[in-house]
Structures are given as structure tokens and as C-alpha cells.
Design a binder for this molecule. Structure first.
Ligand SMILES: NC(=O)c1ccc[n+]([C@@H]2O[C@H](COP(=O)([O-])OP(=O)(O)OC[C@H]3O[C@@H](n4cnc5c(N)ncnc54)[C@H](OP(=O)(O)O)[C@@H]3O)[C@@H](O)[C@H]2O)c1
Length: 353
């Protein structure tokens, strides 16, 4: 019999809607026969009517409860795990609220504003014996696992020498949270996360790297409001003799090939946005081939299935997105921000311990 996981949805914005839609999808469409998802409750920070509107928009079942505050959501005894989809400025405090109420948590990326906050959350989840994970959805796609297997196991392009990755969006709306320092805006934490994630998956997690941290050099160009408009990063992985050249921006566009991984025997080029690659081209010694994958719903169900399996098996995290990796990525982002003199308003950077 399939394992059923009962979710609470915290926030009613764009990604919350996409995730909730995938929870309502039949998991067998992703080939998952062993897990099922139920949306037990939805909460908005502003009003119960927002939560009701959200429930109606996604076609949630009648039995789904709606709340006008996050405190009511975490007090719902029937909710087992909470998906946090608030802006990153709030993640740290929202995770604490959930863990203190005894709830398992899947929290959107970037997990927190800085690594010290994440360290506190990891310790808190461990002390309470609760599941906690960053929703780094890209890591859960079968196609991502396939690309990493081609690189690390089959060594399709030989010894990896370089990763070039960019994720940028022209964010024209000045009211967007990406322009707002009080919501943890800017390119790095929101978009550059994915440029960094590809370097992390390919180089930091390379079996020969043994999780060694890179040497990081970064430069940051800030907007008048003090968030990063452009950030460029070079990561040197000395054990691999390999580098990553990474970039991100909120005022330019990602090039056609957003991630290029070069080896001494070929390259893999990923087209489309790095969070959700759709097509990749493998150029190796035996010629060139192009692989296009089908999108499955909003592609957010893969990570939900992984949470359900982990909880079914009594685990407190998933091997695809371990907290140790979340911490390491945040330490790299801290380093990049330090080099670029890029700090958020003091309350966002605070740690409670
Ligand atoms: N995995 C991905 O592909 C992906 C994609 C997009 C975004 N994200 C991440 O998910 C998070 C949310 O992004 P989003 O694009 O969904 O944002 P969004 O559309 O702006 O929604 C954020 C929601 O958070 C709630 N909220 C609570 N306090 C808020 C505040 N002070 N200001 C604004 N909203 C507040 C609001 O819902 P209620 O008031 O109704 O609770 C709002 O609708 C971010 O951390 C982002 O980096 C991930």
C-alpha cells in the first residue's frame, strides 16, 4: 500500500501554487506507485480568504483546511510536514516556527540568508528528531541524475575541467521581491543559487573531490537599493584541477546554453534555464547527440515523493539534498557576499542563538 503524507502549505505565492498543483497530481504519472500526497491545510500570512482563494485556484479537495495565519497552520495536529514557500527573508524564522511545533519541514531555496542561520536550524531539527530539507528541486529530476551519472560514472566527456553556468532574468518590475533587500532580493540567492548548484553537483560532489571546499573569487555589482544586480564567481577545485566560472544577474538574460560542462574528451551543454533543464547536448569522442526530456507537471513532485519516502523509511533527510550540502552552498554564498560587500538589512542576517 502506498505511503500517504499529509502536507501543510505555508504561503500562497507563485511557487507555492506550482508545488501544490503537483501534490494534487497522480504520482504514478511520475512513475511513483509507492507514495501519495494529501494537502491537509493551506495558510496565508495575510487572510483566510487568500488561503481559500488559493485552495479554489488549485482545485484542492473540500476537506482542505484554510488559515489566515501561519501559527494556526503549525497548530493543526493533522499536518505532518510543512512546505515553506515564503520569501527567503523569512525562511529562518518560519522553519523555527514549524520545528518548534513538531512539524517536519521542506523549505524553499535559498534555505536561509546565511550559513549561521542554517547551522542553527540543522541543530534544532536534530535535537527534535524532525525531518528538514531544502527544496533544491533540480537535484531530484531523473534527468539531473542521468547527467551526473554520465559525468561521474560513465565519464562520457573524460576528466572534467570546467563548468560554465549562468542563471539570469531581466526583472523589469521594480516592485519585484528580487529588487527588494528587505525580502532577501538580488540575483545571487535567488537565481545564482542555480549557477552555483550545477558547479556544486558536478565538481564539489565529484567522487574524487571528497567534498573539499573550493577557493572562491567573486565580484558583485549592486543596484541603488543595495542588492546584487550582477555577480560573477570563480570556484577553484584544487583536488580536481578544475574550475567553475559562474554568473547571475537580475538585468540580463541567460544565454541559450546556460550550463556547459567541459571535459578533456568532450562537453555537455544544457539549454534552457538551469533550474529545470529540458534539453542537453552531449558532444563526445563518438559524435554529438541531443536529449530532450518530457516535463512532468511542474516538476515539483519529484522532491515531494522523496520527502514521503524518507519519512516512510524513518529518515530525517534525503540523500539527494542533504543538509551538509545546503550548509556548504550557503558558506560559499557567504564568502561571495563578503567579497562583494553585499549585506542584507541587519534583521535578515540575525541568528537567535
Ligand atoms: N524552486 C523554485 O523553482 C522556486 C521558484 C520560485 C521561487 N522559489 C523560492 O520560493 C520562495 C517564494 O518565492 P515566490 O516566487 O513564490 O514568491 P511570491 O510569489 O512573492 O510569494 C511569496 C508568498 O509568501 C508570503 N509572504 C509572507 N510574508 C511575506 C512578505 N513579507 N512579503 C511577501 N510575501 C510574503 C505571501 O503569501 P501569504 O501572505 O498568502 O502567506 C506570498 O504570496 C523564495 O524563497 C524563492 O527563492 C523557488
Amino acid at each position: 500500500m502506498a505511503f500517504r503524507l499529509k502536507w501543510g502549505i505555508m504561503a500562497t505565492g507563485g511557487i507555492a501554487k506550482s508545488f501544490a498543483q503537483d501534490l494534487l497530481m497522480d504520482p504514478t504519472k511520475r512513475g511513483a506507485n509507492d507514495v501519495q500526497h494529501v494537502i491537509a491545510a493551506i495558510a496565508s500570512s495575510s487572510s483566510q480568504s487568500s488561503a481559500e482563494r488559493f485552495a479554489k485556484d488549485i482545485g484542492a479537495p473540500e476537506a482542505t483546511r484554510t488559515y489566515g495565519s501561519y501559527k494556526e497552520l503549525v497548530a493543526d495536529a493533522d499536518v505532518e510536514i510543512i512546505y515553506i514557500a515564503t520569501p527567503q527573508s523569512r525562511h529562518y524564522k518560519d522553519v523555527i516556527l514549524c520545528l518548534n511545533a513538531g512539524k517536519h519541514v521542506l523549505c524553499e531555496k535559498p534555505f536561509t540568508i546565511n550559513s549561521r542561520q542554517a547551522e542553527h536550524l540543522v541543530a534544532l531539527s536534530q535535537s527534535k528528531g524532525l525531518f528538514l530539507m531544502e527544496a533544491a528541486w533540480t537535484r531530484f529530476f531523473p534527468r539531473t541524475k542521468e547527467i551526473l551519472s554520465l559525468l561521474h560514472k560513465e565519464k562520457e566527456i573524460g576528466t572534467i575541467k570546467r563548468v560554465i553556468a549562468d542563471f539570469s532574468l531581466q526583472v523589469r518590475d521594480p516592485g519585484s521581491r528580487l529588487h527588494n533587500p528587505d525580502l532577501g532580493g538580488g540575483a545571487l540567492l535567488d537565481l545564482g543559487f542555480y549557477s552555483l548548484l550545477w558547479a556544486f553537483m558536478v565538481l564539489q560532489k565529484h567522487p574524487d573531490n571528497e567534498n573539499a571546499m573550493p577557493k572562491v573569487t567573486a565580484s558583485v555589482v549592486k543596484t541603488d537599493r543595495g542588492v546584487d544586480e550582477f555577480t560573477s564567481m570563480t570556484l577553484v577545485y584544487e583536488r580536481l584541477n578544475a574550475v567553475a566560472h559562474l554568473s547571475t544577474s537580475i538585468s540580463a538574460r541567460t544565454p541559450k546554453y546556460s550550463v556547459v560542462i567541459q571535459g578533456d574528451n568532450g562537453e555537455i551543454m544544457i539549454s534552457g534555464p538551469p533550474p529545470r533543464p529540458r534539453e542537453y547536448v552531449i558532444h563526445a569522442h563518438d559524435g554529438e547527440r541531443s536529449i530532450t526530456v518530457d516535463l512532468v507537471g511542474n516538476d515539483l513532485g519529484w522532491e515531494a515523493d522523496a520527502c514521503a519516502r524518507a519519512l516512510r523509511d524513518g529518515k530525517r533527510g534525503c540523500e539527494e539534498s542533504p543538509l551538509q550540502d545546503t550548509l556548504a552552498m550557503l558558506r560559499i554564498m557567504d564568502d561571495i557576499r563578503r567579497q562583494g560587500d553585499f549585506v542584507f538589512p541587519a534583521p535578515l542576517e540575525e541568528v537567535e542563538v
